[in-house]
Design a protein around this ligand. Structure first.
Ligand code: HEM
Ligand SMILES: [Ca+2]
Ligand SMILES: [Ca+2]
Length: 292
């Protein structure tokens, strides 16, 4: 059972220390806000929110993560600052959950209270196969989230995280070269100019914003883009493709408060996926390695 006041007496400066680290990192690189939010998602979906994703090697080298996750050094630096105010008290899993919230706030999005008290895993044995793929169908997305006890509304709301950040060509190439017909043609042509059809070259890692309208602002434009068939990933556009989630997308596109409410609720649910609590796991001294 997590609690928002978990560090109130043991480390009253924890939250302010994390916030100042995130604010500094995002002001020098706005994309870092997106990268930190994604790290928390990739942590929680693999073995629960236990900071397994922060351990060097292991999960970090697996398919959906390799060459794609960013922000490890930002978390390591924040951990060093938190250790300086409270020795071995605040877990890396909690730092990541709070950093995800502070990232959203730093980019103009909503705030919410983060339940705390997660502990850190002592090994990274998680199955990165639980992470959804950019080629996923709507049914596959629903199944991947349902496996984590997140319903379809949670899934559509959490996908709204793609209102910020970037994706590599290799993750949207098939969508822009014939794979999909539900794509705006001018949008497709513009993407083809930066993402070559041929695989294996340096173009594989060319970046495009997940939200073509406001890539560095946490807002509901992600959903308006879907209404005009400008979702970047196949897995984005399946949320608005004459299916059961169309009405939720329309609602989030037209009603920012509805999106905010659903997103913050779903973030708390995601942050509750199988945490280690009590005497389970450990409080790591350094987020990138287990204690020796
Ligand atoms: C619905 C299923 C999802 C799929 C298939 C998916 C897939 C992806 C892919 C392929 C990328 C680009 C990675 C790259 O090219 O290096 C990406 C980026 C990103 N994802 Fe997702 N994602 C999903 C859900 C989520 C959720 C639930 C969150 C957070 C709550 C999230 C947050 C992000 C962010 C912020 C980025 C940009 C990261 C950056 O710029 O560093 N995604 N996602
Ligand atoms: Ca994990
Ligand atoms: Ca946006």
């Amino acid at each position: 059972q997590l609690s928002s006041t978990f560090y109130a007496t043991s480390c009253p400066k924890a939250l302010a220390t994390i916030k100042s680290g995130v604010t500094a990192a995002v002001s020098s690189d706005p994309r870092m806000g997106a990268s930190l939010l994604r790290l928390h998602f990739h942590d929680c979906f693999v073995n629960g929110c236990d900071a397994s994703v922060l351990l060097s090697g292991n999960e970090q080298n697996a398919g959906p993560n390799a060459g794609s996750l960013r922000g490890f050094s930002v978390i390591d630096n924040i951990k060093t600052q938190v250790e300086a105010v409270c020795k071995q008290t605040v877990s890396c899993a909690d730092i990541l959950a709070v950093a995800a919230r502070d990232s959203v706030v730093a980019l103009g999005g909503p705030s919410w209270t983060v339940p705390l008290g997660r502990r850190d895993s002592t090994s990274a044995t998680g199955n990165t196969g639980d992470l959804p793929a950019p080629t996923s169908s709507l049914a596959q997305l629903q199944a991947a989230f349902s496996k984590k006890n997140l319903d379809t509304t949670d899934m559509v709301a959490l996908s709204g995280a793609h209102t910020i950040g970037q994706a590599q060509c290799q993750n949207f190439r098939s969508r822009i070269y014939g794979g999909d017909t539900n794509i705006n043609s001018a949008f497709k042509t513009a993407l083809q100019a930066k993402c070559p059809q041929a695989t294996g070259g340096s173009g594989d890692t060319s970046l495009a914003p997940l939200d073509t309208t406001t890539p560095n602002a946490f807002d509901n434009k992600y959903y308006s883009n879907l209404l005009s068939q400008k979702g970047l990933l196949h897995s984005d556009q399946v949320l608005f493709n004459n299916g059961t989630t169309d009405n939720t997308v329309r609602n989030f596109a037209s009603n920012a408060a509805a999106f905010t409410s659903a997103f913050t609720t779903a973030m708390v649910k995601m942050g509750n996926i199988s945490p280690l609590t009590g005497t389970q796991g450990q409080i790591r001294l350094s987020c990138s390695k287990v204690n020796s």
